[in-house]
Ligand binder design. Structure first.
Ligand SMILES: Cc1cc2nc3c(=O)[nH]c(=O)nc-3n(C[C@H](O)[C@H](O)[C@H](O)COP(=O)(O)O)c2cc1C
Length: 189
């Protein structure tokens, strides 16, 4: 147990270099990218400095992403929130660091970790970040139908959008997205 804990702290502190190019889990099954979840608000994760707690230290997060991206055979993407709470919104800074760290894309859930699902996702902020960075931004939050997906794509300047709970309500939502896209001749939105 002590050894596991020590190894964990070594990884967190970036004292544990990855030994050469590595194939992330899922590579053999055809995964096309590896996503690091830095948006999880659950206490079990944040009390260990994982999930959305990583947003507290953008530099450390960028070091970790740079280390993984440099060695991974798959592109590395990162999922984040606007910040930890409303007083510490730092999405612009985090995205800047991630871009320099070599992330292939960033997904932004337009809420803070403390907000959970209490407020509507702030697509204004997501759009501002998407327009200001060269990094492909995947916007996320409150997309429950293909109408919303199309509208958010158009208005926000995001490269793509992500649906979460919409897929729990309608597990066929991705099929709908695909069909709408095909009907529109592959155009964005
Ligand atoms: C039951 C449930 C499980 C989730 N699990 C994950 C997860 O494993 N990794 C992740 O990045 N986000 C996870 N999320 C967050 C969603 O991916 C998404 O960011 C969030 O629900 C906001 O998008 P939505 O408004 O479309 O649901 C989960 C959400 C729910 C409701």
């Amino acid at each position: 147990m002590r050894l596991v804990r020590r190894a964990f702290w070594a990884i967190r502190a970036n004292l544990c270099p990855i030994p050469g190019p590595f194939r992330p889990p899922g590579f053999q099954s055809g995964a096309q990218f590896m996503d690091i979840n830095c948006g999880c608000p659950i206490f079990e994760a944040t009390r260990r400095g994982m999930g959305s707690a990583m947003l507290r230290k953008p530099r450390a997060l960028a070091r970790m992403v740079a280390g993984i991206a440099a060695e991974s055979e798959l592109p590395v993407t990162v999922k984040i929130r606007l910040g930890e709470n409303e007083k510490s919104i730092n999405v612009e800074t985090v995205v800047e660091y991630l871009e320099r760290a070599g992330a292939a894309a960033v997904t932004i859930h337009g809420r803070t970790a403390v907000q959970r699902y209490k407020k509507a996702a702030d697509w204004g902020r997501v759009g501002d970040v998407a327009r200001a960075t060269q990094l492909p931004v995947i916007g996320n939050g409150d997309i429950l139908t293909h109408y919303e997906a199309v509208a958010r794509l158009r208005e926000s300047g995001c490269t793509a959008v992500m649906a979460g709970r919409g897929a729990l309500i309608k597990p066929w939502i991705f099929q709908e997205f695909k069909e709408v896209r095909r009907m529109r001749g592959g155009e964005r939105g």
